[in-house]
Structure formats: C-alpha cells, structure tokens
Design a protein around this ligand. Sequence first.
Ligand code: ADP
Ligand code: GLC
Length: 471
Amino acid sequence: MNILHVSIECYPIAKVGGLADVVGALPKYQKSLGYNPSVIIPFHQNQFTRDAELTKIHKGSIQLGEVSHLYSLYKLISPDLGFTVYMIHVPRLLDRSKVYGHSDDTERFITFQLAVLDWINIPENMPDIVHCHDHHTGLIPFMMTYTTTYTNLQLTPSVFTIHNAQYQGQLSFNKLYYIPSFDRKKIGMLDWDHRINPLAAGIKSAWKVTTVSPNYMKELQVNANGLESLLRNEGKKCVGILNGIDTETWNPETDPMLVKNYKLSTLVSGRKANKKWLCDNFDLSIEKPLFAFIGRLVTEKGADLLADILEESLSNTGINILILGSGNQEIEEKLKSLRERFIDRYHVHIGYDEQLSHMIYAGADFLLMPSRVEPCGLNQMYALRYGTIPIVRRTGGLKDTVIDIGDGGFGICHDQTMVWDVCYSIKRAIALYQDQVAYKKLQRRIMKIDHSWHRSAQEYIDLYNSLIQPK
Ligand code: ADP
Ligand code: GLC
C-alpha cells in the first residue's frame, strides 16, 4: 500500500511543534509494518535543506487564480529518514525559512496543495491513500472529489487528521477563484460561517477524519472553535487515534543531544549530570526540585498564567523553574521581566532550541503542562520516557496519557487551567520529591511506559484498509 502524507512540517526537516514530530515518525513505523509511506511537504529554506542531497524528479505548473506558478518536485536522497520525502519548490512562494506567519500564507498553502494534486493526478504517481494533516492541506480531499481537474483521484481514499481545531485557515469567498473549477452544487462543502474554511472542508470531504487522541475527539463535539455541530454531524466517519512518540529519536540511552546518556540502571547519575548542566547554564541550584515548561507561549497552552504561577510558587516554596518557549510577545516580556526578582531560582529562554528541549526532558524533575487545549501533547510522553514527572491539566490527550498518582497512576493532574490549581499541583509534586525513595521508584516506572507508535501506526493501517476496495 502506497500512503502519501501531506503536511507543512516534518521532523527533522522543518519543525514548529508536534505536527512535525508526528509526520516525521508515523511513516517510519508504517514502513516497519511493511507498507510504503512517503511524505510531501513544501520546500523550506533552512540548514536541513542546505545540507541535504536532493534530486529534482518532476517539473510542472499550476494555476492560482490568474497567476500561474512553475513548481519543481524534489526527492530527498540523503539523509535517509526511513521513508521517502518529496518537497515542492515554488520560487518566491515555497522556498522560505519561516514555516508560518507570512501575509500570503493562504496563497502559499493553496499553491502547495495544487502542486501536490497536479503531481499525484498523474497515474504513475497516484498513491493508494492520501493522508492530509491539518487545515493547510484540508482543501485536498475536496479538490480530489469535486474538481474537474483532478478526476483521476476521485476514487482515491483521503484521510484527514485534525491536529488542532483551533486553527482553521479561513479565507474569504473572494478568493474562491483560487480553487479550480468544481461542481458548483458542492460549494457548501467549502463553507463554514460564510467563509471558506479549509479545516471544515477537510472534515466534510475526507473519507475518514481522525484526531490525535480519543478524548480530544469527544471534546470536539462540544468545543471545537465553532465546528462542534459539524463534528457531531460527521461523527460516524471520525475516530480518535492516540499519537505515539519516536522511541529511537527520543531515547535517553542514545540521544546525542544529552550531556550524559542513561538508562533505567543509570537513571540517577545520568539525570543528575543533565540537571547539573541545566543548573550551571541557567544559574539554578541543583539541590532544589526543578520544574520546567517547554512550548509555544500562547493561551492555548496556559502560558498566560505562567508568570502568576511562578510568582506564587517561587515566593512560597523552595523550587527552581526553567521555561523554554516563544510566542505571544506580551507573555514573553512578562516572563523575562520576572527574571530579576528570582535571579537564582528562575530562568526563561525565549526561542526555539531543540537540543535544550531534550536536555530539559532529561534533567528537570517535573514538567508543567497547564494547557487549556491539548489535542494530544507529545511533551508529556517525552517527559515520561526520560523520567520527568508530568504535571498536566486533564484535557485532550493529556487525559488519555497521564493518570494521577492518587489514582494509582504516575503523574500529577488537575482539572482547571487556573493559577491556584497549578500551584496546588506544584505543592503535591514537592511533597513527592521530598520522599526520594517514592520519587525515584516513580521515575523508574514512567520510563518503562511504552508510548511508541507501534500500536497507533497499525490503527492507521487498519483505517486505510477499511477504505481500500479489494482489487
Ligand atoms: P504543539 O504541537 O501544540 O506545540 P506538542 O506537545 O504536540 O505541542 O509538541 C510540541 C513539540 O515541540 C515537542 O517536540 C516539544 O519538545 C517541541 N517544542 C515546543 N516548543 C519548543 C521550543 N521552544 N524549543 C524546542 N522545542 C520545542
Ligand atoms: C498539535 C496539537 C498537539 C499535538 C500535535 C501533534 O500541534 O496542539 O496537542 O500533540 O498537534 O499531533
């Protein structure tokens, strides 16, 4: 079975968040199950693509309204990521260093989708399954089924995965002319609330819709940033499949980004060396429990509360806090301004730093995830694998993956994204840390939990199989 994953991000080529991790790992596991997955992404101008060996395998052109664009399709030759990768290059449009945040993102994403379709509409390039990820690729299932241009793809099954329904990619109907001619009776498939809504179009048009955890699928029926009724109506073709993690990349025993590698039997000395590196580099004390936060500094992640949480906790308890992230400027400023007050107990590193994130999973004692919305969340699974205890709000995938110690589990959970709730969880964590025997026993337990992709990769294969007609 030839599976084509269509995405904007793919680790290690271009990563902003968990989407990249999923698209960079799931195909690897699908390949190990004996299938033939590949990934197609836009060409990103960055260190990876500068160092990589790429070969141009196809040239074509697409029409975005009145403008025609030439595109080139590159295949990644090396490094070998364990699955085939294609990149679409369009001069001045799909050749940028920044993944998102351009004023012409709508045009960029539609151009990308048109080029993907133009290429796979050629019979020898047709996959058996087209698996689209998030709103940037949500018009593909619609265009495969209803346009008069890509008719070869009408019978090819499409799967659409919602990684985060907060982002829907809406555009005005003024831009309808970007979409090649289609059966006008189907215009409603594009529409949500009088706008073209690529996320909604993906949900309506794909053969199957998945979300990245079962609990998030349930939550979407009541809280989907305006799409609740749509998700309720389409419920029959929707399923929640829990994300996994790439246990090869995320392995404390071999991870090249750590100062010291460790396994279960060397957990204490290994983690201590990594914690020492963090404390030395961020002026923190190794004696105190270290609480960390890694992620986008946005309200969805509860990052707007971090300043109050750390003021309250640092004033009343003897802990250290380290934050790694970037996002909302106001949140960034507030977090930076608190550094002066708690100079030897708190540090914030604004920016994106893959290596530092690995060091934090390996050296912090607790990881804070006070998310308001968390469709799956990967950080908590990385933390578990590295022996860092997650403190999470019971929402989305966090609820599916972390069970409170009070319920026989291995993490610390709270129900609200509120300063008080998080601070109370921090107090529970401190009590746990003070009992070093229980704390270390828990670390050993969490490192043994299997969150690899094995099971979920098979669930996706079963889903694809249910769509493919026997030949
Ligand atoms: P989301 O995709 O919503 O941001 P996830 O938990 O699914 O959240 O995935 C986040 C991924 O991005 C993880 O791999 C995490 O380690 C990484 N990450 C987030 N922010 C940063 C950062 N500032 N520096 C390095 N890695 C980061
Ligand atoms: C999104 C979600 C996150 C999820 C990730 C990968 O970015 O916000 O919760 O883990 O996608 O599916």
